[in-house]
Design a protein around this ligand. Structure first.
Ligand code: SAM
Length: 265
C-alpha cells in the first residue's frame, strides 16, 4: 500500500470527530498528498488545515444554507476528478461507513470503474465515550451497543429513531436525533424502556466546545441539549453521568492541541 494518494484513485477517509489528533496516520498522509478534497460540513477547519496547500478543497456539505448539492452531484465530482488523473480524498466526519451514504458513493465508483480505498475514522460515539471517560459497554449492565439514526432516505426524515423493544442491557446511541427529545422519550417509553434509564445528550463530542447533559428517561422531555452536532446515548452505561462521576471534558488539552496544529501552518 502506497503512503501517498495515487492518481486516479478516490479515498473515502474518516476525519474523526474534529480533533486532528484523532486522525489515523493513513488519513493524515492522504490529506497531505491528495490533489483534490471533497469534504462534508462536519469536518473541522483544524482537520482541513492539514490538507496540502496546493490541493483543491471543496465543501460538498448539504446544510448551513449553502446551495444544496445532490448526492449524484457528489458522485460526478469524484468520478470526473479521478478520470482526469487526480488523486481524490472524499473526507467524511467520524467513520466513513457510519451514517455517511458511503454505500451510494461506493456503488457509483464501482459502476464507473474507479479505484477506491476506505480509511476508517473514529466515529462520534467512540470519541464521545473517550472524551467523557465513559465506557459504552459494562460487564455487569451493558453487553450490547447499538448505533441508530432516525434520519433515513429522503422523504422519511421524521421516521422514529427507535421502534420495537430495547434490551435492558443495551447502550443505544442515536445519531442525528433531531431536537424533539419529547418524541424520542415517547418512542423509548413505547419500547418499554424503564423510566429511570439514564440518558445523555452529547454535543460537539471531543471538541473544545463539548457539552453534556444527562437525566433519567422520565425527564428526557425537558432535557436541555447543546447545539448540533448532537447525539443521544441511552442505557445503564450512562449512569456515571447521572452520579456526577464522569463528564470531565478535555477542554483545555483539546484546545491546546487544536491551536498548536493550526499554528504550524
Ligand atoms: C451524517 S452523521 C455522520 C456520522 C459520522 N460518519 C461518524 O461516524 O461519526 C452526522 C451525525 O453524527 C453525529 N456527530 C458527528 N460528530 C459529532 C460530534 N463531534 N459530537 C456529537 N455528535 C456528532 C451527530 O448526530 C450528527 O448529526
Amino acid at each position: 500500500m502506497s503512503t501517498t494518494a495515487q492518481k486516479g484513485t478516490v479515498y473515502l477517509v474518516g476525519a474523526g470527530p474534529g480533533d486532528p489528533e484523532l486522525l489515523t496516520l493513513r488519513a493524515l498522509r492522504l490529506l497531505e498528498s491528495a490533489d483534490v478534497v471533497f469534504h462534508d460540513d462536519l469536518v473541522t477547519d483544524e482537520v482541513l488545515a492539514l490538507v496540502h496547500r496546493h490541493a483543491l478543497v471543496t465543501s460538498v456539505g448539504k446544510r448551513c444554507g449553502r446551495p444544496r448539492i445532490t448526492q449524484a452531484g457528489i458522485h460526478a465530482l469524484m468520478i470526473e476528478s479521478a478520470k482526469a488523473g487526480q488523486s481524490v480524498v472524499r473526507l467524511k466526519s467520524g467513520d466513513p461507513l457510519i451514517f455517511g451514504r458511503a454505500g451510494e458513493e461506493l456503488a457509483a465508483l464501482r459502476a464507473a470503474g474507479i479505484a477506491f480505498e476506505i480509511v476508517p475514522g473514529v466515529t462520534a460515539a467512540l470519541a464521545a465515550g473517550a472524551a467523557l471517560a465513559l465506557p459504552l459497554t459494562d460487564r455487569k449492565s451493558a453487553s450490547k451497543l447499538i448505533f441508530a439514526t432516525g434520519h433515513h432516505a429522503e422523504g422519511k426524515t421524521s421516521a422514529p429513531v427507535w421502534t420495537g423493544s430495547l434490551p435492558e442491557d443495551a447502550t443505544l446511541v442515536m445519531y442525528m436525533p433531531g431536537r424533539d427529545t419529547a418524541r424520542i422519550a415517547e418512542e423509548l417509553r413505547a419500547a418499554g424502556v424503564a423510566s429511570d434509564m439514564p440518558c445523555a445528550a452529547i454535543s460537539h463530542a471531543a471538541r473544545p466546545e463539548q457539552q453534556v447533559a444527562a437525566c433519567a428517561l422520565q425527564d428526557l422531555d425537558e432535557l436541555s441539549c447543546g447545539p448540533a452536532p448532537l447525539m443521544l446515548m441511552i442505557g445503564r452505561a450512562m449512569a456515571p453521568l447521572l452520579d456526577g462521576e464522569a463528564v470531565e471534558t478535555l477542554e483545555l488539552p483539546l484546545r491546546e492541541a487544536f491551536e498548536s496544529l493550526t499554528d504550524k501552518r
